[in-house]
Design a protein around this ligand. Structure first.
Ligand code: NAD
Length: 482
């Protein structure tokens, strides 16, 4: 099921253009490693052109700045309609480009038009406050778009990341330069075409595919960029925070990695907990930042749970993302596959008990068996490092008090979960765990209205919901003498 690839050039000022030096790069199919597209390779000169276009589009008297906020909302509603129209094509392209199972792409895509409409509906609800001040004065605040935003995307769920960042920035009235991940530039380009069709004024949205070390570095250092929003690894997040303070003081939103703990109490409903724990770590082959990669199981149900978890993992059908019966597809590329296989070897060497999987599948593409380790302890590498692959690590605990401390004993703090039928356990855990999202008796449930982001090294700021729009705004105080 090969989708037509219509857009492979840079998108600047509403035009499709080659990179200034004419260079291209290949993108590869995670399914079989074949070249799927030659894409224009944006570098510093292209980033400069894209930022200049975004800056022009943000001028005080530009079409975009003069438009009513409700016009921005209407444009985003139109964009949502177009995504709905092209829904199957976009799902196919996403699956083809990044290896997510096609039916999962369809499921994710099905929620996106409403998320876009939700953000569109916020465009004309942006408002300041009136503030009682001392003396003969009156004060109010204005909330205004921050300016040109640099949006840097990861490869794992590119469409969702594009929309989280681009649509939120547009609802706020900003202009943007997007740098998709080098592994998965195709859906960002297809979405840019839909934004053009929806009537976005030129220069408001610009897409520059390319690599982190040149296009990414140029964008994060550019003095005319007011804000960077980045999703990706902690390592690059730290570089970006540093870059953001180099030539000017950029605002930053960082959505980084995780090592999320999921707690299964003795009183949990195991019919719920086992499949949620399985899908929580194996969904999209473990390539999600909130993967439940540390699974703490209470001692009273440990053996029974482990047996169920192993059965769950062994039943996962791994194969071509477009096959109807496939549950798990390939890892994104050879280097990520090798990283995950290396961590599996480390798990074995450090004495974790391998009960399922552990091997690469076949020699074409980047497939790995769903892998379960039991009897993992907190000091093992697989319990500490983000794996970003289909590896479930099961650890045993005795008391809630103990497991809260162990869950928090990490530099990450993105998500956490608990399965229990005791309300007090749920409330105590939710209160004390250091994580931006806590799931109780479910896992991976996402809501576009609810803030999402990390504590500690998992990030800065929040995406989704009204708060995310605020992150693209400046607040101005006006004080008037009466
Ligand atoms: P990555 O950090 O290597 O790359 C992400 C993006 O940053 C890519 O577009 C890349 O080109 C760019 N980049 C790389 N170096 C750069 C630099 N020096 N300056 C500017 N841009 C640069 O991450 P990845 O391998 O694409 O994604 C996997 C990681 O992302 C995992 O650690 C995962 O946890 C994390 N992630 C987090 C979330 C979240 O919401 N918190 C979501 C998805 C992925």
């Amino acid at each position: 099921m090969v989708p037509e690839i219509k857009y492979t050039k840079l998108f600047i000022d509403n035009e499709w253009v080659d990179a200034k030096d004419g260079e291209t790069f290949d993108t590869f199919s995670p399914h079989d490693g074949s070249v799927i597209a030659k894409v224009a390779k944006g570098q510093k000169a292209d980033i400069d052109a894209a930022v200049a276009a975004a800056k022009r589009a943000f001028q005080r008297n530009s079409e975009w700045r003069l438009a009513d906020a409700s016009q921005r909302g209407k444009l985003l509603y139109k964009f949502a309609d177009l995504i709905e129209r092209d829904f199957e094509y976009l799902a196919k392209l996403e699956s083809y480009d990044n290896g997510m199972v096609y039916k999962n792409c369809l499921r994710i895509l099905s929620g996106i038009p409403d998320s876009v409409r939700y953000l569109g509906s916020l465009a004309d609800k942006i408002q300041g406050d009136t503030i009682p001040t001392d003396g003969d004065s009156f004060s109010y605040t204005l909330k205004q778009p921050v300016g040109v935003c640099g949006l840097i995307l990861p490869w794992n769920v590119p469409i969702l990341m594009f929309l989280n960042k681009v649509v939120t920035a547009l609802a706020a009235g900003c202009t943007v330069v997007v740098k998709p991940a080098e592994q998965t530039p195709l859906t960002a380009l297809a979405l840019a075409a839909l934004l053009k069709e929806a009537g976005i004024p030129k220069g408001v949205v610009n897409i520059v595919p390319g690599f982190g070390e040149d296009a990414g570095v140029a964008l994060t250092h550019h003095p005319d960029v007011a804000k960077i929003s980045f999703t990706g690894s902690l390592e690059v997040g730290k570089l970006i925070q540093k870059a953001a303070g180099t030539n000017n003081l950029k605002r930053v939103t960082l959505e980084l990695g995780g090592k999320s703990p999921l707690i299964i109490m003795n009183d949990a409903d195991l019919n719920l907990a086992i499949p949620y724990a399985g899908s929580g770590v194996f969904f999209h082959q473990g390539q999600i930042c909130v993967a439940a990669s540390r699974l703490y199981v209470q001692s009273g149900i440990y053996d029974k749970f482990v047996k169920g978890a192993v059965e769950y993992a062994k039943a996962i059908r791994v194969g071509n993302p477009f096959d109807e019966s496939t549950v798990n597809g390939p890892q994104i590329d050879e280097s990520m596959m090798n990283k995950v296989l290396g961590l599996i070897e480390t798990g074995k060497k450090e004495g974790a008990n391998l009960l399922a999987g552990g091997e690469r599948i076949g020699t074409a593409g980047y497939y790995i068996q769903p892998t379960v380790f039991a009897d993992v302890n907190d000091d093992m590498t697989i319990a500490k490092e983000e794996i970003f692959g289909p590896v479930q690590s099961i650890l045993k605990f005795d008391t809630l008090e103990e497991v809260i401390d162990r869950a928090n004993n990490t530099n990450y703090g993105l998500a956490a979960g608990i399965f229990t039928t005791n309300l007090n356990n749920a409330l105590q855990f939710s209160k004390h765990v250091e994580a931006g999202t806590v799931w109780v008796n479910n896992y991976l449930t996402m809501a576009h209205q609810a803030p999402f982001g990390g504590f500690k090294d998992s990030g800065i700021g929040r995406e989704n919901g009204i708060k995310a729009v605020e992150a693209y705004l400046e607040e101005k105080t006006v004080i008037i003498s009466l």
